[in-house]
Structure formats: structure tokens, C-alpha cells
Design a protein around this ligand. Structure first.
Ligand SMILES: Nc1nc2c(c(=O)[nH]1)N[C@H]1C(S)=C(S)[C@@H](COP(=O)(O)O)O[C@H]1N2
Ligand SMILES: [Mo]
Length: 455
């Protein structure tokens, strides 16, 4: 087992969210998520005082203050006595000022290359399964654009009776559907192949998000153009940005659950996520979810475009490259408690996390608090949907001793998420992509949580 190889001091002070691009002495000195941490500390101090006063023990004794003598509830604050503000002037609603540290962020382990960008979703601060639009991870091979939907067009061509060009208005006249699915970049958890490399779940697993997408099934557009079902074996999807992102997609997927989407969690897509049109390819790695979608070509063989030959291929132990590994295999991660957080004293905690599989539904999640020696079932929270995040929860009483937390997911095909020994036996350790290993979080005696690897 190896602890995180980051500079001394950096990790110990790393709160649940911290600025990676500007990791200045100032940030280190202050501790970045100061407000949230001191908030937790304060309530913990109040709670321990209450416990001591009452001499209470038992399940929930450390989680709430006794009512008597609690200043913050007894004294009426100003906002209970004055006039509140009018809401209309706010325009589009924003989160509370007290939540401003919860942001997507660039990883401390990656350098930005020109306009290419990636920022990670703060999984540690989210509840349930839906990612708020402003916190969705983003990955751009050539930067983002805010494209005028009136000018945008989608062409469907190739092995069809009649090639067509659609406006957004045209597309919205088709019968639309809304479906909740996860999107995960094939490079998610990619920095962890060698050893524990980044401190928090935001950076180990944050190229993952989950939304309700609205759009027209690709199948309807292919039928509208008269697809040649006898000859068609693949479609190519192309984006309208400088990356000219192009990916080959199996015809089975294209005719099954692929969506040409304009909606994301009830509103139009955000520019960062492909406004005004993106492909949704459920269960398949993020790179195939082409944003700013402008062209679908139907063909009878894979295109082997630059994107699919150079990137998202897996270097196997025998030196060969595995290509077109499109499915994101079954995976899970505990999001709380997770790296960079601090347990505020012994007692009960809700261990909570996310599980998903590109092959179907999550059937079971097990949690271990002793580094994988023993496992118990977690509770799965409904809804449990196909190719969608599933939230799990697990009751835990921390005795104040060091512990190692892990989660292991099983999907509806019976596939079990691997540990490092199992993964490396098949995949080696020189890969970047498609790492779905069991994640370990070490709890130190003082409550601090670290990213570690357990073989
Ligand atoms: N047009 C276009 N589509 C794109 C990309 C891109 O750079 N350009 N990046 C791809 C990659 S690698 C991923 S992981 C997903 C990320 O989607 P998101 O930015 O909405 O999270 O979009 C994919 N679609
Ligand atoms: Mo990606």
C-alpha cells in the first residue's frame, strides 16, 4: 500500500475542493475550503459539547447539538426579523454564496494544452444521481463555442436513400424522448494506473456526470432519410468545432438508444456541453458523445479517424493496442467520505457513493471498511436505471481507528468490478484509459482521508 506521493503539507491541508491551477502559498496557508470546513468544525464542537453535557452515548449522539443552550437556535438572527430581497432581479438563479467553492476544476496533475481543456466534476459535493448543469465535467480537444442555433445544421448522409440537412426547428418536430444516462470520459481515473496520483474524488473520478437528456432518437432520423439497413454497419458522428471530432459508432447502438439531444436537465444544452446539439451514446465512453453535432454519415466499415486511432486505445501488457473499446465497464466509487475530507470525530457516518455500468443496470454494491477483507451490501437508492448512475448508501460507525473504505459494484450481466490485482493481470499498468478499478480511501486516526492503492 502506498500513500499519495504529493509534496508534504499539500495533502494534509487539502480540503475537499481546492484551486489546482493556482496552488499558491496563500491558498495553502488559508486552507482553501475554509468556510465549509470551519462550518463543519463549529457544528462538531457544538455537538461534542452537547454530548459531554448530556453524558449521552449511542448512535446519533455526536450528530446534533442538544437544544438547550444552543446559541444559534435560541437567538433570532437578523433574517428572521427583516424584509427579504425580491427574487426577480436575480435573473437566472445561482447557487448560494456559501457554496461558491463547489466548482468544476482542472486537475493538479494535468497541464492545459492550448485550447484543449478538461475540468472535473466535484462529485464529493453532489447528492443523488443528477449533475447540475453548471458542475458538469467538460472535455474539449479544441476549446468550446457558443454556436448560434439558427445557423446550426445537421446533415445525415451516406448509405441512405436521401441525404438531408436539418435545422434545430426541424429536429424539434420529431417525437422527442427524455432519458437519464451517465457520461464518463474513457480517460477517467486514467492517472491512477501506476499509483495513487491525485488527492480527491473530483480528480480520480470527476470526468463523470449524469443528466436527463432530451432529443430525438437517432433511429428516427436514419429512417427519415431511408437508411439502407442491409448495407449499414456503422455511423460516423462529426462535431462542428476545430477538433473536427469524429467517431465511428456501431449500427446496433445507433439504432438502439442513441439520442440526438438538445436538452440537458430540462433546459437547452450548455455551450460547454455541445449547445445546440450533441450525440448521447448511452454506456459508451464520452468521446463518442460528439458535441456541436453537425454530421452523421452511414457506412459499411469503421472510418479509423484520427481520434479513434490515436486516442482512447488501450496499451495491453503484450504491447498491442486495443481499439474501439467503447463500453464503459461497471465501476463505483465512494464520494463521501473521500480523499481530502476530514471525519469530525468518532460515531456514525453515512458512507455514500455512485455506481454505474455501460452494459445495463447496477444489481449490487458491496462496501468494505477494512481494505477488502470483508464486504457487506450497501443500500441501492431508486431509481436504478440502465446506463445511469445509481446512488448507494451504507451505515458506518467509526471507532476512531485507521480504516480503508472501498466499494465494489456488480452489474445486471453479473460482471464484478475488479481490484488492482485483477485489473493489472489483464490490462497491465501502462494504460491510460478504461480504468474501472475498486477505489480505496484510507481514514487516518485523526479523521483525514487519503487516496491509497491496495493490491
Ligand atoms: N465536438 C466535440 N465533441 C466532443 C469533444 C470535443 O472535443 N469536441 N470531446 C469529447 C470527449 S473526449 C468527451 S469525454 C465528452 C465530454 O463531454 P462534456 O464536455 O459534455 O462533459 O465530449 C466528447 N465530445
Ligand atoms: Mo474523453
Amino acid at each position: 500500500m502506498s500513500k499519495l506521493p504529493l509534496k508534504e503539507g499539500r495533502l494534509l491541508r487539502a480540503p475537499e475542493n481546492f484551486l489546482s491551477s493556482d496552488f499558491s502559498a496563500e491558498v495553502l496557508k488559508k486552507g482553501f475550503d475554509e468556510e465549509r470546513r470551519s462550518f463543519l468544525r463549529r457544528s462538531f464542537l457544538a455537538a461534542s459539547a452537547a454530548v459531554a453535557a448530556a453524558g449521552a452515548s449511542g448512535l446519533h449522539s455526536n450528530q446534533a447539538a442538544a437544544a438547550e443552550g444552543e446559541e444559534a437556535i435560541m437567538a433570532l438572527p437578523a433574517h428572521t426579523k427583516g424584509l427579504g430581497q425580491a427574487v426577480a432581479a436575480l435573473g437566472y438563479g445561482q447557487p448560494s454564496q456559501f457554496e461558491k467553492n463547489l466548482q468544476r476544476r482542472e486537475s493538479p496533475g494535468l497541464n492545459r494544452v492550448s485550447a484543449a481543456s478538461v475540468s472535473f466534476c466535484p462529485l464529493q459535493g453532489l447528492f443523488g444521481i443528477i449533475t447540475p448543469n453548471g458542475l458538469h465535467f467538460e472535455r474539449h480537444h479544441q476549446g468550446w463555442w457558443d454556436i448560434d442555433p439558427r445557423q446550426h445544421r445537421l446533415m445525415v448522409m451516406g448509405l441512405v436513400k436521401q441525404a438531408k440537412v436539418y435545422t434545430l426547428d426541424d429536429l424539434m418536430r420529431f417525437p422527442s424522448i427524455s432519458r437519464i444516462h451517465f457520461i464518463e470520459c474513457g480517460a477517467n481515473t486514467g492517472m491512477e494506473w501506476g499509483n495513487a496520483a491525485v488527492p480527491t474524488v473530483q480528480y480520480t473520478h470527476g470526468m463523470l456526470s449524469c443528466c436527463e437528456y432530451t432529443g430525438v432518437p437517432l433511429k428516427l432520423l436514419l429512417e427519415d432519410c431511408g437508411i439502407d439497413l442491409k448495407a449499414a454497419r456503422y455511423v460516423l458522428a462529426e462535431g462542428a468545432d476545430g477538433a473536427s471530432l469524429t467517431r465511428t459508432i456501431n449500427i446496433e447502438n445507433a439504432l438502439d438508444d442513441v439520442i440526438v439531444a438538445w436538452g440537458m436537465n430540462g433546459e437547452m444544452l450548455r455551450p460547454e456541453n455541445g449547445y445546440p446539439l450533441r450525440l448521447v451514446v448511452p454506456g459508451v465512453q464520452g468521446v463518442s458523445w460528439v458535441k456541436y453535432l453537425r454530421r452523421i454519415e452511414v457506412g459499411d466499415q469503421p472510418w479509423f479517424t484520427r481520434e479513434e486511432v490515436l486516442h482512447y486505445v488501450d496499451l495491453m501488457p503484450d504491447g498491442r493496442q486495443r481499439q474501439f473499446t467503447s463500453i464503459q465497464e461497471c465501476k463505483s466509487v465512494i464520494t463521501s467520505p473521500s480523499g481530502g475530507q476530514v471525519l469530525l470525530g468518532q460515531g456514525t457516518f453515512n458512507i455514500s457513493g455512485l455506481a454505474w455500468s455501460g452494459r445495463g443496470k447496477i444489481r449490487q454494491v458491496d462496501v468494505s471498511v477494512d481494505g477488502g477483507n470483508t464486504w457487506r451490501n450497501a443500500r441501492l437508492q431508486t431509481p436504478i436505471l440502465d446506463k445511469c448512475l445509481t446512488r448507494f448508501n451504507f451505515d458506518w460507525v467509526w471507532d476512531g481507528k485507521p480504516a480503508i473504505l472501498q466499494s465494489r459494484a456488480i452489474d445486471s450481466t453479473g460482471y464484478v468490478q475488479p481490484n488492482y490485482r485483477q485489473l493489472r493481470a489483464v490490462r497491465g499498468s501502462r494504460s491510460i484509459y478504461h480504468n474501472n478499478v475498486i477505489q480505496s480511501w484510507q481514514i487516518a486516526g485523526n479523521g483525514e482521508v487519503f487516496n491509497v492503492q491496495v493490491s
